[in-house]
Design a protein around this ligand. Structure first.
Ligand SMILES: Nc1ncnc2c1ncn2[C@@H]1O[C@H](COP(=O)(O)OP(=O)(O)OP(=O)(O)O)[C@@H](O)[C@H]1O
Ligand SMILES: [Mg+2]
Length: 599
C-alpha cells in the first residue's frame, strides 16, 4: 500500500496493511473491496468502523454500514474478499499546526481503485478530539471503548438538540450526562428543565434549584388570556360568553391596580389612568387583583336584567372562586401581588439570572395539578422566549422539555396549542435571542415535525417503532441515513449521535452515572421494608394530610390560629399544613432512598 506522507496512514506504519480499494461509488456511498483479515481486532472490518479513502489529494472519511462477502462488485481473483459499504461523512483535513481535523461535507468523490484503509483507535481519537475548548466527553465509542465520544457543547446547545428513544432505553440518564457536561463547560448558560416525572432532583446536586408546588410562584396575571382560560376550564373548551366578560374586564382590573399603586407611591398625583388610555389587554403581563376582577364581574351582574346573562356572570364568579380557593393552585393565587409588581423577581428566580452557583432550575411538574401542566409549560416557555427577546439575548438559556410530544404534538387535536406555538417559536427564532431548546421524547413520530427539524443534533437511542425510525431517517442527512438501521438493535444507554453537536456521526455508549445521580422518579423510591411501625404510621398520616389538603379550601386546611398547622421549613419559610405534609413525605422518601442506596 502506498503511504501518503502526511496522512493518517503514517500512524499505521509497522502494522500489516491490508490492500483495500474502492470498487464502486454511488452518491455518497463507496464500496470498498478488502481482504478478509482477522489478525487484530482493529483490522476486523465490521459495521460502525471508520475508513479513510484517498480521493486524489483529499482524504475522505466514511463509516462502514454494511459488509458482505463477494458481491457482484468484486473484481478479485480466487482470494476471498469482502465488500464494505462506506457512507462518506466528511473529510480529514489538517489545520495550520498540522493536526488532523474532521470536516463535514465531501469536496471530491472517490474513483475506482482509490486506496482506502481502516482507521485505528489512535487516529480516531485524534480526529474526534479536535481542539475546541467547548468539547466535552459524554461517552465512549461503541466499537472502541478506548476512544471518548465528545460533543461540541456550543454547537449542541445553540442549534437545539433532541434525545429520541423508546421507553426505558436511557434517555433521561443520557440527558443527565449531557447536561452535567454542558453546565460544566458553559458557565454562563442557564438551564431550565421541565421535569415531567420529578426525576432530575438528584442529578445536579446543589447546582440546581428545585421548584415544585411548594415554592413555584407563577402569578395568574403572568398567564396570557389563552393560558388562563386553559387553567380556568381545566383544558376543556371555554364558554364563549364567559370569555367575552373576562376579556373585557381583565384590562379594567389591571388599570385599577395600576392606579391604586400609583396613588400609593405618589399621593399628590391627581390624574388617574383611564382604562382606555392604559393600553392594557387581557394578555399584558401586568399585575391585578383577583378580588378587583371578581368585584367588576359582580358589579356588572348587578346591573343586568336578563336572567341568563346574570347566570353566566354568576357561574364565572363561581368558577374563579373555586380555583382561587383550591390549595393546589396556590402557586398561581397565593401572594400573587405581594410587594407589588413581582415580575422581575420571578424571572430572576426562574431563569437563575443571579445563579449563585445554581445555574439549573428544575420545574417539578409532577407536583402540580395535572390539569395545569400544559398551561405552566406554556407560560414558562413563553416567558423564556420573551425574556430572551426583550433582553436582546443577554442571558443564554437552555430550555429542556421531557415528554416533548405531549406539549408539541404533530396532531393539532392533541394537547394545548399555545404550548406548541411557544416551543415552536423557540425552535424557529430562539437562537437569535439566546434561547435554546433540548427535547426528549419516546414518540418522535408524534412530535411536531417543524420543531424536530430545527433540532440540529439528534441522539437516537433504541426505537422499535417503524414510524419513529422513518421520522429519524427523514430528519438526518442522507449521508448518515444508513446509520438509522442500527437503531432497533441498540442496547440500554447506547446511542447514535447525528448532527452539528457531534464531531462525527457515531454510535457510542453514554458515560455511566453513579446510582445517586441517576434521574429517578421520587415516587419510585419505596419505603424501607423494615421501617418501624411508628414511622410508618407517621408516613401514612402525612399522606392523608396531603391528600385532604388537595381537596380542602385554604382556610380549612391551614387555620391560622392553629399553631400545629404551621411549620417552618429549612429555608426559614413558614409553610401551611399541606406544605408540612409534603415535607414529611419527601423526608420519608429521601430516607427510604438513602437506605436503598446504602444497601
Ligand atoms: N448512563 C447511564 N448510567 C447508569 N445507568 C443507566 C444509564 N442509562 C441507563 N441506565 C439504566 O437504565 C435505566 C433506564 O434509564 P432511563 O430512566 O434514563 O430511561 P428513559 O429512556 O428515560 O426511560 P423512560 O422512557 O421511562 O423515561 C436507569 O434507571 C438505569 O438503571
Ligand atoms: Mg425518562
Amino acid at each position: 500500500m502506498v503511504e501518503h506522507q502526511n496522512g493518517i496512514a503514517q500512524a499505521t506504519s509497522g502494522q500489516s496493511k491490508p490492500d483495500c480499494h474502492v470498487c464502486s461509488v454511488k452518491g455518497s456511498e463507496a464500496y470498498i473491496e478488502l481482504p478478509i483479515v482477522r489478525t487484530t481486532e482493529e483490522l476486523r472490518t465490521t459495521v460502525g468502523k471508520f475508513m479513510a479513502i484517498m480521493a486524489g489529494t483529499r482524504e475522505l472519511l466514511g463509516v462502514v454500514t454494511e459488509v458482505s462477502l463477494k458481491t457482484p462488485h468484486t473484481v478479485s481473483g480466487p482470494e476471498l474478499k469482502a465488500i464494505a459499504r462506506v457512507d462518506l461523512v466528511g473529510e480529514i483535513s489538517r489545520d495550520e499546526t498540522g493536526r488532523q481535523r474532521f470536516r463535514r461535507g465531501v469536496g471530491a468523490y472517490p474513483a475506482i481503485h482509490d486506496r482506502a484503509r481502516i482507521i485505528n483507535s489512535e487516529q480516531l481519537r485524534l480526529i474526534f478530539r479536535g481542539n475546541k475548548s467547548t468539547f466535552a466527553e459524554i461517552g465512549r465509542l461503541h466499537n472502541d471503548t478506548s476512544v471518548p465520544a465528545y460533543v461540541d457543547v456550543e454547537n449542541l446547545v445553540t442549534k437545539h438538540f433532541a434525545v429520541l428513544g423508546s421507553t426505558g432505553v436511557g434517555k433521561s440518564s443520557g440527558l443527565a450526562v449531557i447536561l452535567r457536561q454542558v453546565i460544566r463547560t458553559w458557565r454562563e448558560l442557564r438551564v431550565l428543565i421541565l421535569d415531567h416525572h420529578n426525576e432530575y432532583g438528584s442529578v445536579f446536586g446543589d447546582q440546581a434549584n428545585l421548584v415544585g408546588a411548594k415554592n413555584l410562584r407563577l402569578p395568574f396575571w403572568l398567564f396570557n388570556f389563552e393560558e388562563f382560560s386553559d387553567v380556568l376550564y381545566a383544558g376543556k373548551p371555554p364558554v364563549p360568553a364567559e370569555q367575552d366578560i373576562l376579556s373585557e374586564l381583565i384590562p379594567l382590573a389591571k388599570t385599577q391596580y395600576l392606579n391604586r399603586r400609583q396613588s400609593a407611591e405618589r399621593p399628590s398625583a391627581l390624574r388617574k389612568v383611564e382604562p382606555r388610555q392604559s393600553g392594557f389587554t387581557a394578555d399584558t403581563p401586568a399585575p391585578y387583583l383577583m378580588q378587583d376582577l371578581l368585584a367588576l364581574i359582580d358589579e356588572r351582574m348587578g346591573k343586568l336584567e336578563n336572567r341568563s346573562s346574570r347566570m353566566t356572570h354568576h357561574r364565572l364568579i363561581g368558577r374563579i372562586e373555586t380555583l382561587k380557593n383550591d390549595p393546589r393552585y396556590a402557586f398561581m393565587f397565593a401572594n400573587a401581588t405581594v410587594g407589588g409588581d413581582t415580575m422581575a423577581t420571578i424571572l430572576t428566580e426562574l431563569f437563575r439570572l443571579e445563579a449563585n452557583g445554581r445555574p439549573v432550575t428544575v420545574i417539578q411538574l409532577a407536583s402540580l395539578p395535572i390539569e395545569v401542566v400544559d398551561a405552566v409549560v406554556c407560560v414558562i416557555s413563553r416567558l423564556a422566549f420573551d425574556f430572551g427577546m426583550w433582553s436582546d439575548g443577554a442571558m443564554p438559556l437552555l430550555l429542556v422539555c421531557e415528554e416533548a410530544h405531549r406539549f408539541a404534538a404533530a396532531d393539532p387535536s392533541v394537547g394545548f396549542l399555545p404550548s406548541k406555538s411557544a416551543l415552536s417559536r423557540i425552535a424557529k427564532e430562539g437562537r437569535k435571542y439566546g434561547v435554546y431548546l433540548g427535547l426528549v421524547t419516546q414518540r418522535p413520530a408524534e412530535l411536531d415535525a417543524t420543531i424536530i427539524s430545527q433540532c440540529n443534533t439528534l441522539f437516537a437511542m433504541r426505537m422499535a417503532n417503524e414510524r419513529d425510525q422513518a421520522l429519524l431517517k427523514s430528519a438526518v442527512s442522507d449521508a448518515t441515513a444508513n446509520l438509522v438501521d442500527f437503531v432497533p438493535s441498540l442496547g440500554t444507554g447506547e446511542v447514535i449521535g447525528f448532527g452539528e453537536g457531534m464531531p462525527l456521526p457515531v454510535q457510542f455508549v453514554f458515560n455511566r452515572l453513579s446510582e445517586e445521580l441517576l434521574p429517578r422518579s421520587e415516587a419510585a423510591a419505596a419505603l424501607p421494608r423494615d421501617l418501624n411501625p411508628g414511622s410508618r404510621r407517621e408516613f401514612v398520616n402525612a399522606v392523608v394530610e396531603r391528600w385532604r389538603g388537595s381537596i380542602m379550601s385554604h382556610d380549612q386546611s391551614a387555620p391560622p390560629q392553629e399553631p400545629a398547622a404551621v411549620d417552618t421549613g429549612s429555608d426559614g419559610h413558614v409553610r401551611t399544613s399541606a406544605g408540612a405534609a409534603e415535607d414529611k413525605i419527601s423526608r420519608a422518601l429521601q430516607m427510604a432512598r438513602r437506605e436503598y442506596l446504602g444497601r
